[in-house]
Each structure stands twice: as structure tokens, then as C-alpha cells.
Design a binder for this molecule. Structure first.
Ligand SMILES: [Zn+2]
Length: 259
């Protein structure tokens, strides 16, 4: 009986997902007007150090994300001042369903996506609205020494799942990852080789026409790393080491909305 009920609930969630799908696709590329972006920290393990780290987070830790996007949008004649409202929500303890591996096939991907929506629905705040973007940040103790699962920004659903280490020195790096995943939600694609991490040429380069080509001065935000030579690259550890390239700007709709 419980199983049937679960399926019914999942189907209802699925229907509501379809209901909001088209609307969210439009909202994604609309940069006019205020956008609410909620950061929801998740205690991803039960270590005291993780809890202490998460409890010490402050909204100001994430301020540079809005500043960075505002500054990056300016060359595209897009005024984002006060348009991005990034707020820090109270932490939660319930971790999202684990992403199935690619070899598990289509059905398990669909099931995962349903379970994820169910989880996100259960963990929404009282002022949740369909146009709100939610970034769930899973903080894990660096002592666990495990390979963190890949972070994901889901365009359909307006949510991001971000895996990071609860390490004080990594806070600036966390903002690079959060902004990268946020732009996925707005439609940006990855611009690095997913196997090797190497930025792709030319799309993963901020100055693809620079001569000599290497070293590049910045990392393209969706390319993640600064290309230093043909084979060497350095992963950007702070937003100031990155720029948003023209292709990414086009993908997220910045070129369509210039005044
Ligand atoms: Zn990515």
C-alpha cells in the first residue's frame, strides 16, 4: 500500500514538474527584474567540524557572486545592480538522492530526477516560488578524504547540487563552483574536457585570439581552469581569476538582452 502511495506521489510531483517546466525555461534567460537565489547548506556528514563550518557560514561569504556577475554583465551592457538577491538559508541535514552512474541507464536517470524533485520539494522554504533558484551546497569534512561527486546545475528545476569540502581556506573556491553551477541553470555548457579537466579551445579560452596563445590571463568560468601551455592548466581558485567568455554570455542570454 505504502509503495502504491509513493508511486502516486511521485507521479503527482512529475505532473507539477511538467506544469512548471515551460515557465522555468523562459524565466531562465530573463535577466530583467530581480532574481532570488537561495543558498541552502547541507550537513553532508555527521562530523563536528563540518557542523561548525556550516554553522559559521555568513551571507557575506557569498556576496562576491552577485558582485562578480554584475561586473561581468557590464561589458554586455546589462545592468544587474541589485538584480540578484542571494540569500543564505538555514542548513538542512537531509542529503539528496545519489546521482546514478551513467551506465545505469535511462530509467534510473528518470527515477533519480523524480526522487530529486521530491527531495527538493520536501526541503523548500515557506516562501518558495517557482522562479526561485536554489543551490544546495553539500559540505563534507576534508578528513573524509573521499572523491566528491560531481556538482550539477539543473536547468530544468532551477536547482544546483554542489559538493564541496568544509574547509575554511576553500570559501573563495566554493564561490567559483557555485557561480559555475548557477550559470548551468541559466543554460551555459561546460567548456572543458570532462575526462582530463583541460579547457577546450577556443570556447574554454577567455582570449582565444591572443598571440602567443599561452599562458592565458584568466580561466573561462565554464572552462574552469587557466590554460598555461598546450598541456598545462591551473584550476581557478577564486572568481577574480575567471571571466565569462562570449559563448557563455550568449548561452545564458546576455547578448539578447543588451539595452
Ligand atoms: Zn559544469
Amino acid at each position: 500500500m505504502f509503495k502504491v502511495l509513493r508511486v502516486v506521489v511521485l507521479l503527482l510531483v512529475l505532473m507539477s514538474v511538467f506544469g512548471t517546466y515551460l515557465m522555468q525555461q523562459n524565466i531562465n534567460k530573463n535577466w530583467s527584474g530581480a532574481r532570488s537565489i537561495k543558498i541552502i547548506p547541507v550537513y553532508a556528514d555527521d562530523k563536528d567540524s563540518t557542523r561548525d563550518f556550516v554553522d559559521s557560514l555568513d551571507e557575506r561569504d557569498f556576496e562576491e557572486i552577485a558582485d562578480y556577475l554584475e561586473k561581468s554583465a557590464r561589458p554586455y551592457r546589462l545592468n544587474l545592480s541589485n538584480a540578484l538577491l542571494i540569500t543564505l538559508e538555514p542548513p538542512i541535514s537531509e542529503i539528496p538522492p545519489a546521482l546514478p552512474s551513467a551506465k545505469n541507464g535511462f530509467i534510473s536517470q528518470v527515477m533519480w530526477s523524480l526522487k530529486l524533485r521530491w527531495w527538493a520539494w520536501q526541503n523548500q522554504s515557506s516562501d518558495y516560488s517557482d522562479s526561485q533558484i536554489r543551490l544546495f551546497v553539500m559540505y563534507q569534512s576534508p578528513a573524509q578524504n573521499v572523491v566528491l561527486p560531481h556538482s550539477t546545475g539543473l536547468r530544468n528545476g532551477l536547482l544546483g547540487l554542489i559538493n564541496v569540502r568544509a574547509e575554511r581556506g576553500d570559501k573563495r573556491l566554493h564561490n567559483v563552483i557555485l557561480t559555475h553551477e548557477l550559470l548551468h541553470i541559466f543554460g551555459a555548457t561546460d567548456k572543458y574536457d570532462l575526462q582530463t579537466g583541460q579547457p577546450l579551445f577556443p570556447q574554454g579560452y577567455v582570449k582565444p585570439k591572443q598571440n602567443p596563445r599561452w599562458p592565458q590571463p584568466y580561466a573561462e568560468l565554464m572552462g574552469r581552469a587557466i590554460p598555461m601551455s598546450r598541456s598545462r592548466f591551473e584550476v581557478a581558485e577564486r572568481l577574480s581569476q575567471t571571466r565569462i567568455g562570449e559563448l557563455t554570455a550568449r548561452e545564458i542570454g546576455w547578448l539578447d538582452q543588451a539595452e
